[in-house]
Design a protein around this ligand. Structure first.
Ligand SMILES: [Zn+2]
Length: 140
């Protein structure tokens, strides 16, 4: 294959997910390299047909992923109900492997460090006071 770019780079290009300098270099190459142009057309055509690669699906899902800290709050039960519902959906319906791995890792940490978790729990309440509208004393 004469194409200088990997399929994942081409897909990232189509998603406009590359740094500007890489976007520019692919655009330059597209003008000079007919086989690359055909490859981009092929990738784009397949996307239009709804056949997405695992990598592409993963990237799109990652856009809606929660941070590790949010998953920590989720485990501690300090999130608002609608936020919990969103995370449950993300985990169970979308089946995000990245977040599941993150969550499992955090669960493991909490099992190993129950005291640290308690400390963190009170810190979460302090740092999110007024945002989560939870009274730490009534919800524990
Ligand atoms: Zn996720």
């Amino acid at each position: 294959m004469s194409c200088d770019f990997s399929q994942s780079e081409i897909e990232a290009y189509l998603d406009e997910a590359l740094p500007a300098s890489e976007m520019a270099s692919i655009e330059r190459a597209l003008r000079a390299d007919l086989s690359l142009l055909q490859e981009v057309k092929r990738v784009n055509g397949r996307r239009d047909a709804g056949l997405h690669t695992i990598g592409e699906i993963w990237r799109r899902q990652r856009a809606s992923c929660a941070t590790r800290e949010q998953w920590g709050s989720y485990l501690l039960g300090v999130l608002a109900a609608e936020h919990v519902a969103y995370l449950d959906f993300h985990l169970d319906q979308i089946g995000c492997a990245f977040c599941r791995a993150n969550l499992e890792d955090l669960k493991q940490q909490q099992l190993e460090l129950p005291d640290a978790t308690k400390t963190r729990r009170s810190r979460y309440f302090q740092s999110s006071a007024g945002y989560l509208r939870h009274d730490p004393d009534s919800s524990v």
